[in-house]
Structure formats: C-alpha cells, structure tokens
Design a protein around this ligand. Structure first.
Ligand SMILES: Nc1ncnc2c1ncn2[C@@H]1O[C@H](COP(=O)(O)OP(=O)(O)OP(=O)(O)O)[C@@H](O)[C@H]1O
Length: 451
C-alpha cells in the first residue's frame, strides 16, 4: 500500500467513526505531535467549517513550550479551524509522577475550556493501547486496569472522551502525514527512556515484534477483550447492586451478594462506591471483606464488622451493609425534655410526641452508656436493653444513635421509639399520642425493610 492509499484508509476509517459519534460540539486535544496533527488534518477535511476546535494545553514544563504553542496555533490557522491555548500549572505534589500530573492538569483544562456536552477527541492509536496494556501489567494492575483505553467514555459530567484512531496503526498515521506533507512537532520527551511509556515503546515492543511481528495488534486486541469482559462484569455488578434492597442510599440488604466470589463482590462494591461518588476500596480490603462475609455467613451471632479506607467506612451487620463516611456515636449530654416541643438531638436526630401534648413533663434524655434495663409491657422482670436491641435486629449504626428517655425516678421509659417501657406505653395511651424518633441513619421505617 502506498502512502496515498494509507491516507485514504485513514479518512475512510475516520468517516465511519464520525458517523457514529455522540452529538455535541467537537474539540481535539492537540499536542502538535504526529498523531494529533494527523487527526486534526483529517477531521478538518471531513467536517464542515466551524465544526472543530483544537485545544492545546501548554504544560509550561520546558523553555520551548510557548514556541510550541505558537506553532500549534499556526497549524490550526492553516487548517482553518478554531484554536485555544490553555496554559496550566502541573502540580507534582499530588504524588502522581510527572506524566500523571500533566495528564491531570490537561484533563482539568479540557473541562474548563469546554461546554458540558462536549466531545473531546484524542489521537491515541493502536500502539498507545498496546503500551498501556504493558504499562498496567508492570504496575500490577487487575484486569479492569489492563483493559486499557476506551474508544468512547464519559468524562466530567456529560462530556465525552473520544478516541477515533484507537484501532489504527501508527504506520498509517505516519504515511498520512508524509503524503500530506504535515510538519509535526517532535517532542524530545518522547525519547526520554526515564519515562516508563517510552521505555516500553523503544525497548520492549521492538523486542516483542522481533518474535511476533504484530505484537502491538495482539496486545491491543487482548486489551479489547479484557475491556469487553470488564464492561460485562461492571454491568452485572450494577444489576446485582440494583437487586439488593435499598433501605437508605447508604444501606443495602445484601443476601444477594452471598456466595459471590471476592472478584464479583469487589465489582459490586466498586459499583456502589461509584454511585455514591466514593473512592473505590483497594483489592486487599475487598479480600478482607470477602473473608469476613464468608466467616459470618453461618453465624447467627450479633457481631458486626467495619472496614475503613480513604475516609469511607463499610459496616456489615447480619444481612445489612452500610457504606458511608464514618459517623461518631450519638454525642449527647443529658438534658431535660418537657415533651411540649420536639427535642432536637445532635447530628440531626429528633424526639417528639405526636400529636403534641399540652402538659409539660419532667423527662430526661440521654445517650446510651451501657447496662441499662427496662420493664417491657406484659413482663414482670426488667430486661437488658442491649439484648432487646439485639433481638430486634437493630443494626449497630442505629443503636449508636439511639436516645434514651428517663423519668425523674431514674426509670428507663424508652429507647428511641423502638422500645417502650410498660409505664410509658400506658402514658401514651392515656394521652392518645405516640413517641417518634427520627435519626440521621435510621432505616427501620424505610420501605423494603422486612421485620
Ligand atoms: N499538550 C497537549 N494539549 C492537548 N492535547 C494533548 C496534549 N498532549 C497530548 N494531548 C492529547 O493526548 C493524546 C495522547 O497524548 P500523548 O502524550 O500520548 O501523545 P503525544 O505523543 O504527546 O502527541 P501525539 O499523540 O499528538 O503525537 C494526544 O494524541 C493528544 O490528542
């Protein structure tokens, strides 16, 4: 195939990708390197005037960066397409490494420079995909990470990242550039073997290609398969999550997860984290969670466990899981309550009488301290509050928030509105009202919660 027919092939390929792209204004992340020059040139040829804008991020990492930005702008002018220069500060303090920090700055600049429904094209091609797979392998990534880059993915709200060249060979892009006499920028950083990607590109892939001439094609098709599998698993995890009854956004009933292996369990937990906008837990934590769930599956004991990562907490109790930011137990100094007005508790909880009564009471409200006992209706002996709450199956995160109501004789009248003493029940009947407790994490009254 000569250079001209390679060029025609690139255009045909791109025409097909353009036809199936999502709607929205089109931008191209334009470095000025070979690949993005070819993509800019081909898109400018295929699209009507005014339909494309190039975004050049100036990372300001080397002395020539402004000159490069000038050259990038002249290239855009020659093509007759829009152009924006986006200077950024690369913050290396975030612990990402230079390449990662530059990418983070670039994506933040893309978000800032585009409307929420934008489609942002990037010029990654097949070799980039093969390198990504090997890079992830050397980082010890799981199959999800090795699935590499997606041709189309959501990014920052409604925007899309679009990689229309992902299954094209670099040699075709080079042939296109030669045929069209494109004058691209050669970034000296691309030959810096101190960067992992360059090491793979210049040292590893050539060796693999000696033995397997189409090594990059094989690698990118492996990434493609892994991606398809990982997308299937994600879909399944979403379905499993949806099947677990939602008692509150942060509380799910989980028997549906019972019997899942730890990989499937991890997928469900990650799906839940994504939905709540939480950082995903590390693999070691998922393995621990799995062990714990297996160990507690046959136990009818009251014990529960919690796992913590990056400021989030997963708590498990019987068939309930709670995923949230950790909340401290009820912090409440004893206070008096007349019952006339609702009693607001720290952290958003509240005790009230409904309908309100007109005569003031001399009650006290306190947090639990342990060892409390109460006389339940129909009983002749006091029962342990702790045992009663356990018997009710009230999860520990609710128990920790439960306020206690006392009379002046030091008799326990109620724990929230879930346990009432015989004397309070009689009093409520006499006054034709009920005690109501609303706690921030309370789920007892939510639909879907079986007794
Ligand atoms: N400074 C930049 N400004 C805008 N977009 C960029 C910039 N650097 C990279 N990109 C986009 O990200 C893609 C991948 O970046 P990468 O660093 O792998 O490519 P490159 O070798 O620098 O450039 P090219 O892919 O254009 O040859 C580029 O093809 C381009 O679309």
């Amino acid at each position: 195939m000569n250079a001209r027919s390679h060029g025609a092939m690139v255009l045909d390929h791109l025409r097909a990708r353009l036809a199936e792209r999502p709607a929205g204004p089109l931008y191209l992340g334009f470095s000025g390197g070979l690949d993005s020059c070819v993509l800019a040139h081909a898109l400018a040829r295929l699209l009507p005037p005014g339909a494309l804008s190039l975004l050049h991020v100036d990372h300001q990492l080397h002395a020539d960066s402004a000159t490069w930005a000038d050259r990038a702008e002249r290239f855009a002018q020659r093509l007759g397409v829009g152009f924006r220069r986006l200077p950024v500060q690369v913050n290396r303090a975030a612990g990402l490494g230079l390449e990662g920090a530059a990418r983070a700055a670039r994506y933040a600049a893309f978000t800032e420079a585009t409307p929420p429904d934008a489609l942002i094209a990037l010029a990654h091609h097949r070799q980039d995909q093969a390198e990504t797979l090997l890079l992830q392998l050397m980082r010890g990534g799981g199959s999800g990470a090795m699935a590499g880059m997606r041709a189309l993915r959501r990014f920052s709200d409604q925007r899309w990242i679009w990689r229309p060249l992902l299954d094209l060979d670099r040699s075709r892009l080079r042939a296109y550039a030669v045929a069209e006499q494109i004058d691209w920028l050669e970034d000296p950083a691309n030959t810096d073997l101190g960067l992992d990607r360059n090491w793979i590109r210049h040292r590893v892939l050539p060796v693999l290609s000696e033995r397997w001439p189409h090594a990059d094609r094989l690698l990118s098709s492996a990434a493609e398969r892994l991606r398809a599998e990982s997308e299937d698993r994600e879909r399944l995890a979403e379905q499993r999550l949806a099947a677990a009854a939602t008692l509150a956004p942060e509380v799910r009933r989980w028997p549906v997860w019972n019997g899942l292996d730890r990989f499937a369990l991890g997928e469900v937990l990650r799906a839940w984290c994504r939905r709540l906008g939480f950082a995903v837990p590390p693999a070691s934590l998922i393995a621990r969670l799995h062990q714990q769930l297996v160990a507690s599956a046959d136990s009818s004991a009251d014990d529960h466990f919690r796992l913590i990562w990056s400021g989030y907490e997963l708590r498990c109790y019987r068939d309930l899981l709670r995923l949230a930011e950790p909340s401290p137990p009820l912090q409440l100094s004893d206070c008096d309550w007349s019952g006339l007005e609702p009693c607001d508790l720290p952290g958003g909880g509240r005790l009230s009488l409904e309908p309100p009564v007109t005569a003031a009471q001399t009650w006290r409200v306190s947090a639990r301290h342990g060892g409390e006992r109460l006389l339940l209706p129909g009983r002749t002996h006091h029962s342990s509050l702790k045992k009663c709450l356990q018997a009710l199956g009230l999860p520990p995160w609710e128990r920790e928030q439960i306020p206690l109501l006392w009379n002046t004789d030091g008799e326990l009248l109620a724990a929230g509105d879930v346990l009432l003493s015989a004397s309070l029940e009689a009093w409520l009947q006499r006054h034709q009202c009920r005690l109501r407790w609303v706690a921030a994490q309370k789920v007892s009254d939510e639909p879907g919660r079986a007794g």
